[in-house]
Design a protein. Sequence first.
Length: 151
Amino acid sequence: MKMRNLNCLLASLIILSPLLAAQAAPAAKNTAKKLIRQSPSTDAAAGQAYSARLWNRILSSWNYPDGNNHVTLTAVVVADGTVESMHVTSSPKSPEAEASAQAAFDKAKPLDALPTGMPKATVVITFNSKSDPHGDSSSSGSVRLDPVNSK
């Protein structure tokens, strides 16, 4: 009896599948249109590309100290790439980790000009590292570019 019900169900699916696919096709087309409209703007893409280039330049010269370090470097950058101000913090507090992050940032200078149409931005760079004297280590980080609205 169970096998017979299963066969009926399979036969129904085989018969109905073209009908269901035809009904789903318009819905898929509408979804694709929505996805196209929601794609990132050129400005967002330019900001992401800027952040990626900056992180790659920083990463190549970042020598992190032993310990479990989390450093945040925040800089205000003007359109031509000039750093207007900078602030470095760490958690837990580590002057050595802060100096390492700042040195890597300094070696990445001069910074590229900001993306077109962005007169000023706050650049937030996060450095995370775990290292011990025995050679076990891991690191990660990120760069976020936040446009500053001048009023």
